[in-house]
Design a protein around this ligand. Structure first.
Ligand code: SF4
Length: 408
C-alpha cells in the first residue's frame, strides 16, 4: 500500500475529531507531524495486506507475492504476526467477493476524492468491490489499542463518498456497505450498510461542518477525540476544561472542615437530603463526566514538559532527572557461569515458567488455538469497573459473578 506523502487538511482519518472540534485542523498545523513505531508497523502491515489481497484476486502470482513479502521482512518494523493478519484480511476479502451474486469488480489501494463534501478532501480506500447495485469498501486497521466500529464511522463514510464519486458513473450503485477488519483485536468484522441516498444525505449534513473546520473559523470542543490531536498537550481549550473544575468550589463550605462536614455527611446518609458541603450523587456524576480524561491530559502535559526541557526549554517549577534504575548483570551468561563455578546447583538458578494464554495463542494461531483449547478456557467475570452509562457492556451483576465463580 502506498505510503501517504501528502495530507488533507480535513482528512478522513481525523474526521471524528474535526467533526466535533472544528478548530482542530488549523490548530494542529502549529505542531509538527511525528511518526511513531505504531505508524511504521501499520504502514508495513498494510503493504503486506495489499500484496496478500492482490494474490487472492489473482493480480500477482504466488512467486511474486513471496518475493515482495520477503523484501518487506527486512524492515525493522516487521513481525511474523503481520503474515497472519494479512492472511485474515485477504481471506475476508475473498469471502466478501464470493457473497456477491456474480464476480465483483475488485480493486486495491484506490485514491478517492471526497472534496464535494470536504474541501480538498481525499484519501485511500484499502479495497473497493462493486457488483450488482452494491459498492463495498474495506479498511484494514492494524492497531490493537481501540476497537473501531464501522457503524456511524465518518472515515468510512467519507471514503465511500469518494468511491461513489469515482465509480458511480460507471456502475448503477444503489447500496453501499463498509467494513473494518481489525484482526489483532477481533475476528468479527464490523460492517455498516446504507443506501446511496442515505450516504449522500449524510454527506450534505457534514458539508457545512467541514467548511467551518477547513476555513479556520471553527470552534474548540474537547472530548475523547482530543486523544490523537497533535496539539493536545498545549491546547488551552483542553486545559480550561480541566482547570474549570474549580467551578465546583461552590459545592464546598469554605473554611468548614472536619466536624461540620462529618455532621453533614451523616445527615445526608440517613435522610438522603442535600446537605451544604456534601456532594450529592448527581454532583458526583457531573464531576466524573467533567473529569473524564483528566489523567490522560495530565500525562500529555508531563510528556510535553519532559520533551521541552530535554530540548533546552524551561518549564517553571520542573526539571528532568535520571529515573530510578535497576541493577543488572553486565553479562548474564557470564554471571550465571560464575555462580555455578562457585558450587551452586544449576537447577536453583533458573525457573521454568509457562507462556501466558495470549502468548500461546499467538504462537499457535487464533483458529488452531480455539480448536485445540476451546473447552479449556474460562473467562471469569471481571472486577466491578465504573464506566459511563453509554458503555455497551451489560451492567455488572454480583449474582452472575458469584455463579461464574461457583462453576469454575
Ligand atoms: S486538543 Fe481537543 S479541543 Fe484542542 S484542538 Fe485538539 S481536538 Fe480540539
Amino acid at each position: 500500500m502506498a505510503t501517504p506523502t501528502e495530507h488533507a487538511t480535513c482528512s478522513a482519518s481525523a474526521s471524528s475529531r474535526w467533526l466535533n472540534c472544528t478548530a482542530a485542523p488549523r490548530f494542529e498545523e502549529n505542531f509538527p507531524e511525528e511518526t511513531s513505531t505504531y505508524a511504521e508497523e501499520g504502514r508495513l502491515a498494510h503493504s503486506i495486506c495489499e500484496i496478500s489481497a492482490q494474490y487472492v484476486f489473482n493480480v500477482i502470482s504466488k512467486r511474486a507475492k513471496n518475493s515482495r513479502i520477503k523484501k518487506l521482512q527486512s524492515d525493522p518494523s516487521y513481525d511474523d504476526e503481520m503474515l497472519k493478519t494479512a492472511e485474515f484480511y485477504a481471506q475476508y476479502l475473498w469471502e466478501k467477493a464470493m457473497s456477491f451474486p456474480g464476480k465483483p469488480y475488485a480493486v486495491q489501494e484506490v485514491r478517492v476524492d471526497f472534496s464535494d463534501y470536504v474541501p480538498d478532501g481525499f484519501g485511500t480506500c484499502d479495497c473497493v468491490m462493486i457488483g450488482g447495485d452494491l459498492l463495498h469498501i474495506t479498511d484494514y486497521k492494524h492497531g490493537k489499542g481501540v476497537e473501531v466500529s464501522a457503524e456511524n464511522n465518518s472515515q468510512m463514510r467519507l471514503y465511500a463518498l469518494g468511491a461513489l464519486k469515482r465509480y458511480g458513473p460507471m456502475f448503477s450503485v444503489k447500496r453501499v456497505s463498509m467494513s473494518i477488519v481489525q484482526p489483532r483485536i477481533t475476528e468479527n468484522v464490523s460492517e455498516e450498510s446504507l443506501t446511496v441516498d442515505e450516504l449522500l444525505a449524510w454527506g450534505e449534513q457534514i458539508k457545512p461542518i467541514a467548511l467551518k473546520a477547513y476555513s479556520g473559523m471553527g470552534e474548540f470542543k474537547t472530548g475523547p477525540w482530543c486523544r490523537f490531536c497533535r496539539g493536545k498537550a498545549q491546547c488551552k481549550a483542553r486545559a480550561e476544561n480541566y482547570t474549570a473544575l474549580e467551578d465546583f468550589k461552590d459545592f464546598l463550605i469554605e473554611g468548614q472542615m472536619g466536624g461540620m462536614e462529618k455532621v453533614g455527611y451523616a445527615v445526608a446518609q440517613s435522610s438522603g437530603e442535600q446537605v451544604p458541603g456534601v456532594l450529592s450523587d448527581a454532583d458526583v456524576g457531573e464531576m466524573l463526566t467533567r473529569a473524564a480524561g483528566l489523567v490522560d491530559w495530565y500525562n500529555d502535559l508531563k510528556e510535553y514538559a519532559l520533551n521541552a526541557i530535554l530540548s533546552g526549554k524551561t518549564i517553571p517549577g520542573y526539571k528532568v532527572v535520571a529515573g530510578r534504575s535497576i541493577r543488572a548483570f553486565a553479562d548474564a551468561d557470564k554471571a550465571l557461569e560464575t555462580i555455578k563455578a562457585a558450587g551452586w546447583d544449576e537447577a536453583m538458578l533458573y525457573e521454568r515458567k509457562p507462556k501466558s494464554l495470549a502468548e500461546l495463542e499467538k504462537l499457535i494461531g487464533k483458529k488452531d488455538f480455539a480448536d485445540l483449547m476451546g473447552d479449556q478456557i474460562v473467562r471469569p467475570v471481571g472486577k466491578p469497573t465504573l464506566v459511563d452509562a453509554g458503555d455497551k457492556r451489560e451492567p455488572y451483576s454480583s449474582a452472575a459473578a458469584d455463579f461464574a465463580g461457583a462453576t469454575q
